[in-house]
Write a protein that binds this ligand. Structure first.
Ligand code: WTA
Length: 651
């Protein structure tokens, strides 16, 4: 793997500055102490964190009940995520936070809204009462399909307050994708908005919901936030305006005392088959994991203004825009729109405007800004920044250095955080006041996280070496299952190695024990930090009447990390050409969403297959990235297919 080569030539290291370490929530001494405890006795470590960082109504009887691959954390304990994110900041010694900004929100057109902890609490209670009034009970699923507006956070916290698991569907998904997710979770109620703003224009959401609801008999109610004011159709008896139902809802709603293992949310993510997986997270363990990692890794202080640029529709938004920050009593910034609207320096002007001190974003965004030049960030006062983070994909050392130099002005530590929808919270990351960083490495597993590297046979790679990234001991934020599919849960994550979590990523460990994540090794592509299964795109393509067969692979892309290339074998009746290319790209966007739109479509009469009929993706990947076809082709069924594929290059 050429990537490993280049990363391992990376010799630069950055020690935490004494000034940063002195003020850090976790300094070297604490971190080492926790590391030792976590290595020897992970359950004791996490129990300590749970006691220190989370409020419980009833203590647990047992920290961990592990019947592989099913884990229960904090057995018998009762707590509430919404209570931990809100109520505990309004009482006792924290009561001064009542009027502290909980959410600073900025809309794309430039409008803004600041919600204090007391205000947010009132809004959440009101919406929780609205949900109850519409018949939503503990355990009922609520689907949230919304733009990045404060009402999304309010709805999440209201759901968690009454124990109704939410399923957030990213606003960029199509009606098809939305309907599938609503049906899989059997959601009873959908919260949406008329639309939102992106790239300077209003986009519609309610119309997409209307189309999806044609196929979802389980939905009884939709609640619609008025955001853009664009006209929408309303079905009486089913559709309600948010502002109308909120108007006379009571601001009092006690937080339900929920079992630590009560479902908190479902979040759909791509896997190696065409069907997205509903990743299930529960209450007490997840809360402990995100609260602890947020405090340690983002070094949060009451004075900080923290901004994570992720959309709440992804796990990063769940854990580190909403739950982790709020349970720590932090001020979290939410921005509605695109990074480059109205000008390419919007993000830097937001940092300057709100005095953001901690900034967490994705490598793909960093690479985009590198291309736009140093002048834009240099024109802004970014002196409020004190800590930077990245997530979602491997960061190439040069992008890391740019981030360090141009955004962090060489003062700010960078935490490169590796984790997944399935892990709930960060698993591998530097602790900024304690751990020396290396550009391109996520550094070391968080205390209490037993990450390791296995070879194909399931033997742990000792010392320096590469292989499959695994976790050998359960952790509190781990997924508890795939919604409605125990078998798939077992096979996907626990089927490769005995009692060991298989992450689907390749990784390398250097002499110092640092982890260098190499990216996905299965049929999942990482496009701008978003996971998209090759099978999902293939299923979308073959659902077109023009396509007989399709194979989808990723090829390296400078900005998005990976770009989607689709090899399509058209039906005899189809007319391959630029028109069909356009049509198919649009078709995929319609079936899944714009994030899955192929960058390139190549037509071919046949796909290269093994004798047993399996598509040879390795070959297609080589062709897609313009590499010489390497490796063993002895099982290839039809050699001439290869030559024809290369000629099919789209112009
Ligand atoms: C990738 C996002 C390298 C990885 C939180 C993982 C990373 C997938 C990093 C999960 C990182 C995430 N370095 N790769 N710091 N963080 N990944 O579920 O391939 O959207 O398996 O969760 O993103 O993506 P997901």
């Amino acid at each position: 793997m050429p990537d490993i080569e280049s990363l391992l030539k990376e010799k630069r290291t950055f020690k935490p500055s004494p000034e940063f370490s002195r003020q850090a929530n976790w300094n070297k001494r604490t971190t080492n102490e926790y590391r030792k405890l976590g290595a020897k006795n992970p359950t004791r470590f996490w129990a300590k964190m749970a006691r220190e960082n989370v409020e419980w109504f009833t203590p647990w009887k047992k920290v961990l009940d592990w019947k592989p691959p099913f884990a229960k954390w904090f057995v018998g304990a009762k707590t509430n995520v919404s209570y931990n994110c809100l109520d505990r900041h309004l009482e006792g010694e924290n009561a001064w936070r009542r009027n502290k900004a909980a959410i600073i929100w900025e809309g794309e057109p430039g409008d803004s809204r600041v919600l204090t902890y007391a205000e947010l609490h009132r809004e959440v209670c009101r919406f929780a009462n609205v949900l109850k009034a519409r018949g939503v009970k503990k355990g009922d699923r609520v689907c949230l399909y919304m733009p990045m507006i404060p009402e999304l956070a309010i709805a999440m916290l209201a759901c968690s307050r009454i124990g109704a698991p939410h399923s957030i569907v990213f606003g960029g998904f199509s009606a098809e994708a939305l309907a599938d997710r609503i049906n899989d979770a059997q959601a009873k109620l959908v919260v949406t908005a008329d639309g939102g703003y992106r790239k300077g224009t209003a986009f519609a959401l309610k119309t997409t919901v209307d189309a999806a609801l044609e196929k979802t008999p389980c939905v009884e109610t939709t609640i619609v936030v008025k955001r853009t004011g664009e006209p929408v159709a309303f079905r009486s008896g089913r559709d309600l305006w948010w502002h109308e139902v909120m108007a006379d809802a009571s601001t009092r709603c006690p937080a339900a005392k929920l079992d630590a293992e009560h479902p908190l949310f479902i979040l759909y993510t791509s896997g190696t088959t065409g069907n997205p997986k509903g990743i299930l997270h529960t209450t007490g363990g997840y809360l402990t994991h995100v609260t602890t990692t947020f405090k340690a890794i983002f070094d949060i202080k009451d004075e900080d203004v923290y901004w994570c640029t992720a959309d709440i529709g992804w796990i990063t938004g769940h854990s580190y825009v909403v739950y982790g920050p709020l349970s720590n009593g932090a001020t979290t910034v939410m921005y509605e729109g695109t990074p480059t609207h109205p000008g390419p320096d919007r993000w830097w002007s937001l940092i300057e405007k709100w005095g953001i001190s901690i900034f967490y974003t994705a490598p793909t965004a960093i690479r985009t800004f590198i291309r736009l030049g140093d002048e834009l960030p240099k024109a802004h006062d970014l002196s409020s920044l004190r800590l930077l983070g990245t997530v979602g994909e491997p960061i190439n050392p040069e992008a890391w250095m740019w981030y360090h130099r141009v955004i962090g002005r060489r003062r700010c530590p960078i935490v490169d955080t590796w984790w997944q929808t399935e892990t709930g919270g960060i698993m591998i990351s530097a602790i900024p006041g304690a751990v020396e960083t290396k550009p391109g490495s996520a550094t070391l597993p968080f205390p209490g996280i037993h990450a390791d590297i296995f070879d194909e046979e399931g033997k742990a790679v000792k010392g320096e070496g590469g292989g499959f990234l695994v976790v050998t001991h359960p952790w509190p934020g781990m997924l508890r299952g795939i919604w409605g599919d125990k078998k798939r849960y077992k096979e996907t994550y626990w089927g490769k190695y005995k009692d060991t979590y298989f992450a689907g990523d390749g990784a390398h460990r250097d002499k110092a024990g640092y982890f260098w994540i190499m990216g996905r090794i299965d049929d999942v592509m990482n496009i701008s930090g978003h996971r998209i299964g090759t099978m999902e795109v293939e299923s979308a393509l073959v659902s077109s009447p023009d396509v007989a067969e399709a194979a989808v692979v990723g090829r390296p892309d400078e900005i998005t990390g990976t770009a989607i290339v689709a090899f399509v074998s058209p039906k005899d009746t189809a007319k391959p050409g630029p028109d069909l290319v356009d049509r198919l790209k649009r078709h995929v966007a319609q079936e899944i969403g714009a994030i899955a739109r192929p960058a390139e479509i190549r037509f071919t009469n046949a796909l290269p297959k093994t004798r047993s009929g399996k598509i040879m993706r390795r070959l297609l990947r080589d062709i897609a990235s313009g590499r010489e076809v390497a490796g063993d082709t002895s099982t290839l069924e039809d050699f001439s297919v290869l030559a024809r594929l290369r000629e099919s290059e789209e112009d």
